[in-house]
Design a protein around this ligand. Sequence first.
Ligand code: GDP
Length: 137
Amino acid sequence: MEQTLSIIKPDAVKKGVIGKIVDRFESNGLRVAAMKKMQLDAKKAGDFYAVHAERPFYGELVEFMTSGPVVVMVLEGEGAMAKNRDLMGATNPKEAAKGTIRADFADSIDANAVHGSDSVENAANEIKFFFSKEEIV
Ligand code: GDP
């Protein structure tokens, strides 16, 4: 079964909408195969977003991702990667379709509530970055 990585970002954790966001996944056929709440440090957040290291917003992104706890999940289901991306909505919540997680819970392009892997290949690497085999059930 296909798996993807999801992160509920610090803005959404602070708002107290972890349950509401998880409900979007579970109500749409995605199963939570692994889940943990954690505080990222600059090294972990910086390594996770290393692909964006040259972008002008990299520093802000790392600062935001370390500004409070996150909830990291492995979601599983048919077409899980694309389904999660559909449920998330566009990166900029102002452009996100009605009813998507970012349209409903995000405030800005940086504080945008959730992360989701953008390819099946990246999903496998991102899952390994956060979880051991024993943690995924
Ligand atoms: P995603 O796959 O939809 O999360 O989007 P990207 O991979 O393009 O960007 C990764 C993350 O970087 C986004 O989710 C945002 O949190 C952040 N980001 C993207 N563009 C900007 C920007 O222009 N400014 C800031 N501050 N953050 C951005």
